[in-house]
Design a protein around this ligand. Structure first.
Ligand code: ADP
Length: 718
């Protein structure tokens, strides 16, 4: 396994394996069929990619998700590994080309969609290629008991069995109850498989249930506390998705929306914009998510309670795939129960299915109001019982005092008791409020002794209180489209004064930044992100494919000066070091105020003027003056960056440095007219020690370049 560890470092830039990875890889390399169940973000890909690199020949990877396949192949190529995919997104010519390469054994990994395979194709691949291993991703798709059954997966076992030299087979999934795991092994006809279950807990997720808050105000504050973070907001309906997205946009947050009512193109565009970090927040219905591998989703916020815990955990689990601290917040109102019930009643499916859904809904409800550790509650549901309290979910952190609500409970229960199970929650709330509703008066409900008992509270709050009592089991709702509410046996001791009722109101979520390394920002980190954005745009890939946020943060913390130092950081393997190392070291040096021949943005000390000349690109003229000369010839910083193979940030640094040394420059091109007084005012307000606070004071269109420019022009600062 020493070899595996050295590849882990060399190729991926990681020092240690995650839980289970080493055993799984070792097992495969030693020749065992394998079923591995790892949570989302647990690092399944490496478990088959690494054996593929260690074993001779081409490993086939069967995966149902076309968009993920492309990402995986792009990522592998970036790491210097030869890989390709065959699926329906390829044109005929491309397809033939890849197939030809595959037959020649050009690839270490070949990803194939199961729909693309047939018996003949499998046969010819296996005859012409050395295939040591077949990795089957999302293996739960083979099981009818899994939540995403795909008939095409059923054919795989037969084809594999007919191969002349049956390769090893390794199956991977994130979600499998013990029954589904059995079924996968049987359906894929695994031979004496080793089964690894690393657990369902996600230690980097902080789960919270928040109730009794004004959602819009909560959201505004929540996002304000996380100015840099990217996240998903799940809403139950299209209408709400639209509304939440509009609110965010109105307050200046880059948000996109995604739901079934939008056209294909619009949805694809929203998804790309989110993946490429062009927008910060995705507001979506549950239509959004399958195949989302964006690693830096820092939060997933549910605007309402979803219908079951599997869906909730799957959606919430899209946070923190990169292993960084992330938040999953469920905004819960007791009335959500009603919405979900309605959706189930209205939905398709027979009575049996509906009753299963209703019991799942009850469980979801229990999650939403449990005082147990939320992580424990979830893993328990998936059949894992020996997990410790997470210590950071809203239950574990709950310090709220339990409030005695016995009096309000008695009012509500006696009112509902008097209504004799003939009306719904809404009407009961109207009675308690003392409403002049027409139907209420027609039924003579204003004559009940409980009429108007809670008139000081808003009607919605009374309804929520009633739903809370339902959730706590003191009342029950009938089934059907218009459920009525009635008392359960639990209500009696309360009404008789033998039992008190207490309620905890939780409304706090962990503050952002508690240990989350990506939460704090520095000018160097911002500069690295800017460079990454440019590099990603040039290469047409999402920024995370170049480096994760965590890697950039590590770079900005460690400020490496040498390539070796850079390579010692997590997430930077040899190929990326070769490709991007020089750029990164240059940016770091600039921010450290050091001159490694490329200039220094943060070093604005005027020196003896030297003439800017373009001629000496490879001669005596220092690099920054070459850039300045090109700028003075009318080229934009972007054009210069492209021509010289530097990042735009570097070029901007060159120009500022050159100008700071007293060389001639057209300041208006650095600081657009009108911005200078704004920037000066901002500097006056927050000082000139750090750029970030200055930037935050200013409208978004004011660039760092302009701020640097003003500092330099006025000889202010570092
Ligand atoms: P999943 O199990 O959800 O398929 P991935 O294979 O996509 O997870 O891995 C999730 C993320 O974790 C990836 O970005 C991957 O690069 C990273 N990762 C995997 N293994 C390690 C490791 N040993 N050390 C650090 N990061 C890792």
């Amino acid at each position: 396994m020493k070899e595996a560890r050295s590849i882990l470092k060399q190729v991926y830039g990681y020092d240690t394996f995650r839980k289970g990875q080493e055993e799984i890889i070792g097992g495969i390399v030693d020749g065992h069929d394998t079923l591995a169940i790892l949570p989302t973000g647990g690092g399944k890909s490496i478990c088959y990619q690494l054996p593929a690199l260690l074993l001779p020949g081409t490993t086939l990877v069967i995966s149902p998700l076309i968009s993920l396949m492309k990402d995986q192949v792009d990522s592998l190529r970036r790491l210097g590994v030869s890989a390709a995919f065959l699926n329906s997104s390829l044109g005929a010519a491309e397809y033939r080309e890849v197939l030809r390469g595959a037959m020649q054994g050009d690839y270490k990994l070949l990803y194939v969609a199961p729909e693309r395979l047939d018996s003949a194709m499998f046969q010819s691949l296996s005859e012409q290629l050395q295939i040591p291993l077949i990795a089957i991703d999302e293996a739960h798709c083979v099981s009818q008991w899994g939540h995403d059954f795909r008939p095409s997966y059923r054919q795989l076992a037969g084809w594999i069995a007919r191969m002349a030299n049956r390769p090893l087979v390794a199956a991977f999934t994130a979600t499998a109850t013990p029954e589904v795991a059995e079924d996968i092994e049987a359906m894929l006809r695994l031979r004496e498989p080793r089964r690894f279950v690393t657990g369902f807990a996600r230690p980097n997720l902080s789960l919270s249930v928040v109730t009794g808050v004004d959602k819009k105000r909560f959201l505004a504050k929540f996002l304000q506390e996380r100015p840099e973070q990217s996240g998903i907001i799940y809403a139950a309906t299209r209408k709400e998705t639209e509304e939440v997205c509009a609110i965010l946009r109105a307050s200046g947050i880059e948000a996109d929306k995604y739901h079934g009512g939008l056209g294909d193109a619009e949805r694809a565009e929203a998804q790309e914009s989110f993946r490429f970090d062009r927008s910060r927040v995705m507001v979506a219905t549950n239509a959004f998510g399958m195949g989302i591998d964006k690693p830096n989703v820092r939060f997933v916020l549910h605007w309402q309670m979803p219908g079951d815990l599997e869906s909730y955990y799957q959606e919430a689990g899209r946070a923190g795939r990169d292993g960084e601290e992330s938040d999953c917040i469920l905004l819960f109102e007791p009335a959500d129960m009603q919405v979900q019930r309605f959706l189930i009643e209205q939905g398709s499916g027979d009575t049996e299915r509906k009753s299963v859904q209703l019991s799942k809904l009850n469980l979801m409800m229990n999650y939403s109001r449990t005082q147990r550790c939320l992580q424990q509650f979830i893993v328990d549901y998936f059949g894992e019982s020996d997990v410790e309290r997470c210590g950071k979910c809203s239950s574990c952190l709950d310090k709220s005092e339990a409030v005695d609500r016995t009096e309000e409970a008695k009012m509500a229960l006696s009112c509902v008791g008097r209504m004799k199970g003939r009306f719904g929650v809404t009407m009961a709330a109207k009675v308690l409020k003392g409403s002049r509703d027409k139907r209420l008066l027609e039924f003579g409900l204003d004559r009940l002794t409980t009429y108007g008992l809670m008139s000081r509270l808003p009607e919605k709050e009374i309804a929520d209180w009633l739903y809370w009592l339902v959730a706590e089991g003191y009342m029950r709702l009938s089934e059907g489209q218009y459920p009525t509410v009635s008392l359960t046996a639990n209500a009696l001791p309360v009404l008789e004064g033998k039992q008190t009722i207490t309620q905890r109101v939780r409304a706090s979520v962990r503050q952002s930044g508690g240990g989350s390394s990506s939460a704090q920002s520095t000018p160097l980190f911002e500069a690295l992100k800017q460079w990454r954005r440019e590099a990603a745009a040039r290469e047409g890939v999402p920024p995370f494919m170049i480096f994760f946020d965590a890697t950039l943060k590590d770079i900005s913390d460690a400020q490496p000066r040498e390539l070796d130092e850079l390579l010692s950081l997590k997430g930077i393997g040899a190929a990326k070091g070769d490709k991007y190392g020089a750029d990164i070291l240059r940016i770091v040096a600039e921010f450290a105020g050091e001159d490694n021949g490329a200039g220094g943005a943060a070093k604005l000390v005027p020196a003896k003027p030297r003439t800017a000349s373009r001629a000496g690109a490879d001669g005596d003229t220092p690099s920054h003056l070459v850039s300045l000369a090109m700028f003075n010839e009318g080229m934009t910083t972007g054009e210069i960056a492209k021509e010289r193979g530097f990042s735009q940030v570097t070029v901007e640094g060159h120009i500022i440095r050159g100008a700071g040394e007293g060389n001639e420059v057209d300041w208006d091109r650095i600081v657009p007219p009108g911005q200078e007084p704004l920037i000066l005012a901002a500097i006056e307000k927050v000082g000139a020690e750090k750029l970030r606070p200055i930037k935050d004071e200013l409208p978004p269109e004011v660039a760092y370049f302009a701020i640097h420019g003003v500092l330099c022009k006025h000889g202010i600062g570092q």
